[in-house]
Design a protein. Structure first.
Length: 572
């Protein structure tokens, strides 16, 4: 292609390398890896179908409420649309910040004689695609569930083809404008770090606020002072000049057989086009200065603090000589990167929200002599939820530990390091928060539910075993599927390996809980009958615990052992 033709190259050609990369990854994958891709695709499809079924049940339950069914379903749709819009805006701010100002291929693309318009639309399309998975995963099941419950005609689904792209384009353009303004005020890297911290605080505040509001009271008219107050709350509209309001008006008109809202539909379509054009005009004026600021290096800040040096001195004295430098480097990187140390606030808030939710469990639905048994059963099943939280921590810290090395991994690869000890050292930093969170969640939940000491001991031991086993599984799969080109941990954990870890981690948690069911049943029955455990029950309990311990040990060691060999065999 000549230089003259490059100047008029379309956005399609700028997007084509992404498609070719995905295609080559599939073509170059062996049969074993293709089978994994297909299996994960099937699991994702089953999850999507399950989500659709759940949405169908929820919408059906709201619609079935006498008199107020249409009001409730509309309110539910508005709440979910507003939530999706807020998440899409924030997601697009971070995505466009990376794609437009921090991507590693920008130096090559900008140096080509490509028009700014082609570059703008290509990157915006890429950012919109990356951030639209929330709509595909959560929004489409919602819209389809409403259509199935109301048994609408084909015009509803035809409108979705227009409404959904317009709804996605507005937050994508808005997020791009926000990121362009931010990088002209702050350096791009500092802007992304600030967004990570602010985003975490906003999400945590939103979750706490929603939990304190107890939205389940919306279906309880008795919670309001009067029927008029309840109806007024249900009919309170979303602001008129707000995209979720336009989408809600268009869809509800088809669902409830009302007159088609031409004004809302026109605002939605023209608003999407206006957002696209405005972003093109504003970003074109701000881009050069913002991209130049994006090349500034990151400050060390916490990594040079004196208290951190004292902490690292204890690390050096407490670990073997070949593992201490790896842990020391990870600690410094942790405190240098706000996207990592800000996770401490997330973990602390997660514990508070989790324990608040446990205290709000409806334990009074079972009364009489069986109430304590019901609470004990909830305390035991609480292991599954706590294990899921620990798996989420593992996929964020341990799974991404090897990928976080980036291109510097090859320096470690050429050094005199044992690969297995290297992976063990990388596991240690993430193991600590997993252990603390697991123990706090289990022991505090058992205390809230007034469970016996025996169940608390079982829960504490199980949480410790899950911390080690999930850490080993995450580190092994993270070393088996490393992504050294990922510019943040979220990208590294969102790929094939991260999904595979969550699937296998949940299966492992379910097996562990299943093996402990007989033990807990023996304890609960003995407590109800006010007697000690029999010899046979003790023997079965010991065998079950030995199986759980053996399984946890195998899951801790084997993935790391096999992944270490494969990691060191990678070509440099």
């Amino acid at each position: 292609m000549s230089v003259a033709n490059l100047a008029s190259v379309s956005s399609f050609y700028l997007l084509r390398p992404r498609w070719l990369g995905l295609r080559n990854r599939w073509l170059e994958a062996g049969p074993h890896l293709r089978w994994i891709y297909v299996s994960l695709g099937l699991l994702g499809t089953l999850f999507w179908i399950g989500l659709l079924a759940g949405m169908f049940y929820l919408v059906s339950a709201f619609q079935a409420v006498e008199v107020f069914g249409p009001l409730l379903t509309r309110k539910l749709l508005e709440i979910l649309l507003v939530s999706l819009f807020a998440m899409l805006v924030f997601s697009n701010v971070i995505t466009t910040l990376s794609n437009f100002f921090l991507s590693e291929d920008l130096e090559l693309v900008i140096s080509l004689p490509v028009s700014k318009a082609s570059f703008h639309y290509a990157r915006l399309a890429e950012s919109l695609t990356q951030s639209s998975w929330m709509m595909a995963m959560f929004g489409l099941p919602l819209f389809l569930a409403y259509g199935l419950v109301y048994e609408v005609g084909w015009t509803y689904y035809a409108l979705l083809v227009v409404v959904v792209p317009c709804f996605l384009l507005i937050p994508a353009s808005l997020g791009l404008v926000i990121s362009a303004v931010m990088v002209n005020v702050f350096p791009a890297r500092k802007a992304r770090e600030a967004l990570v911290v602010i985003g975490l605080l906003l999400v945590l505040s939103l979750v706490v606020l929603i939990r304190l509001m107890r939205p389940e009271q919306l279906v309880n008219a008795q919670a309001f002072e009067s029927l008029a107050a309840y109806v007024a709350e249900m009919q309170a509209p979303v602001p008129e000049f707000f995209p979720p309001r336009w989408v809600g008006d268009v869809l509800v008109s088809q669902l409830q057989g009302r007159t088609f809202p031409q004004m809302s539909f026109g605002l939605l379509v023209t608003g999407a086009l206006a957002a696209l054009g405005s972003s093109r005009w504003l970003v074109s004026a701000l881009y050069d200065g913002g991209w130049a600021k994006g090349q500034e290096a990151r400050e060390a800040r916490f990594a040079q603090a004196g208290w951190l040096d004292r902490l690292l001195g204890w690390v050096r004295r407490g670990l073997p000589a070949d593992m201490a430098p790896i842990v020391e480097k990870d600690v410094k990187v942790f405190f240098r990167d706000p996207s990592q140390w800000s996770q401490v606030f997330l973990l602390g808030s997660l514990i508070v929200i989790y324990l608040f939710s446990v205290s709000a469990l409806p334990v009074d639905v079972v009364r009489g002599p069986f109430m304590q048994g019901f609470k004990n059963a909830l305390a035991f099943l609480n292991l599954g939820m706590a294990g899921f939280v620990m798996a989420g921590i593992a996929v964020r810290f341990q799974f991404t530990a090897v990928s976080g090395e980036g291109r510097a991994f090859w320096l470690l690869r050429t050094g005199p390091l044992d690969p297995q000890r290297y992976l063990v050292a990388k596991t240690l930093l993430g193991l600590l928060p997993m252990f603390i969170v697991g123990e706090v969640l289990i022991l505090a939940s058992n205390a809230i539910l007034d469970s016996p000491v025996s169940l608390s001991v079982i829960g504490g031991i199980t949480a410790a075993l899950l911390a080690f086993s999930l850490s080993g599984l995450a580190m092994g799969l993270g070393a088996f599927f490393p992504d050294f080109k990922a510019d943040n941990a979220a990208k590294a954990s969102a790929g094939l390996g991260g999904v595979l870890f969550m699937v296998l981690g949940i299966i492992h948690i379910a097996v562990v809980i299943g093996l402990e069911v007989p033990v807990v049943w023996f304890i609960m029955r003995a407590g109800f009958e006010e007697r000690a455990l029999t010899g046979a029950e003790i023997s079965v309990s010991v065998v079950m615990f030995l199986l759980v311990t053996a399984l946890s040990l195998a899951v801790t060691v084997l993935p790391v052992k096999h992944a270490a060999k494969r990691l060191w065999e990678r070509s440099i």
